[in-house]
Write a protein that binds this ligand. Structure first.
Ligand code: PBG
Length: 326
């Protein structure tokens, strides 16, 4: 018998041949750039735990996003840091707050850039939880009514898509119904469907100033040990009318992305979260990893797992690398 029986290395011999048999491709159109807007600052403010990431003043965000748009990145995910917080998160739906003002500015200057808005309460409440607190716990049903109002205010400000990230039960249906009633039946919902209670969100909570002042998010976000439960979450959101389902974080949950891809036919977004960003930044800074190589390898792994789009703080660098701009 011949040995080896088959020579896999034949098709790896040249760059051209490797390209011909490449199964997945990463394209700049796969990327969504998350960005923070703060209504109380005049100059961009660096986020210490996320080198290269800033909070942007409303007046300067368009200038920054023009560069993002010119790199070919089709969409952004907008997070707001408001001027004021209270126990019910009322600044979330305030038409004069950061997200709403930024939406209006961006849509008037860069109408083709798709603006997705994060719809949650954690950045707007004094306690930092993703919902309204009643009798010591996050109250599900009153929270989703409030979230629907935030979503409507984003629609009124011109958002192209809303992304509720709260992990309340039944949130997609209530938000869908209320959006429809308010005349936004064309506004798509990207649901944070399988959002795990993850320690990889640490740096984001610095960036969004949204860490809970007491307790944690385990009574609403998912247990990292559960895969089947993630499929049930996705199924519920799809049945309630989600247009895109998200799995978050991405990197430690590639198995979930793959299973969702196999089981459902909805577009899938993977969120390459803050901690996954900062780990690479820190290692690259020490010279322990090649940032560019590692980031591109990681992004293609999301595609291989089945993600149709990737939210990543590396979107701008990745876009430059994909286009050969250093
Ligand atoms: C808000 C929200 C969080 C992230 C996105 N939306 C934080 C959280 O749930 O604590 C995390 C994103 C990241 O880590 O990059 N609910």
């Amino acid at each position: 018998m011949k040995y080896p029986e088959y020579r896999m290395r034949r098709l790896r011999a040249t760059k051209q041949m490797r390209q011909m048999v490449r199964e997945h491709k990463l394209d700049v159109s796969d990327l969504i750039y998350p960005v923070f807007v703060n209504s109380a600052i005049q100059e961009p403010k660096p986020v210490p735990s996320m080198p290269g990431v800033y909070q942007w003043p409303v007046d300067k965000i368009v200038q920054h996003l023009k560069e993002i748009y010119e790199l070919g990145i089709p969409a952004i995910m907008l997070f707001g840091i408001p001027n004021y917080k209270d126990s019910t998160g009322s600044s979330g739906k305030d038409s004069e707050e950061a997200v709403q003002r930024a939406c209006r500015e961006i849509k008037s200057s860069l109408p083709e850039l798709t603006v997705i808005t994060d719809v949650c309460l954690c950045g707007y409440t004094t306690h930092g939880h993703c919902g309204l607190i009643k009798e010591g716990t996050v109250d599900n049903d009153s929270t989703i009514e409030e979230l629907a109002e935030i979503a409507i205010s984003h629609g009124q400000a011109g958002a192209d898509m809303v992304a509720p990230s709260n992990m309340m039960d039944g949130f997609v249906k209530v938000i869908r119904d209320k959006l429809d009633e308010a005349g936004f039946s064309q506004l798509p919902i990207m649901a944070y469907s399988a959002k795990f209670s993850s320690s990889f969100y640490g740096p984001f909570r610095d960036a969004a100033e949204s860490a809970p002042s007491e307790g944690d998010r385990r009574s609403y976000q998912m247990d990292p040990a559960n895969g089947k439960e993630a499929l049930r979450e996705v199924e519920l959101d799809i049945n309630e009318g989600a247009d895109i389902v998200m799995i978050k974080p991405g990197l430690s949950y590639l198995d979930v992305i793959k299973e969702v891809k196999q089981k459902f036919n909805h577009p899938i977004a993977a969120y390459n979260v803050s901690g996954e960003y900062s780990m690479i930044k820190a290692a690259a800074d020490k010279g322990w990893l090649n940032e560019r190589e590692v980031v591109l390898e990681k992004l293609i792994s999301f595609k291989r797992a089945g993600a149709d789009m990737i939210l990543t703080y590396f979107a701008d660098d990745a876009a430059r690398w994909l286009q050969g701009i250093e």
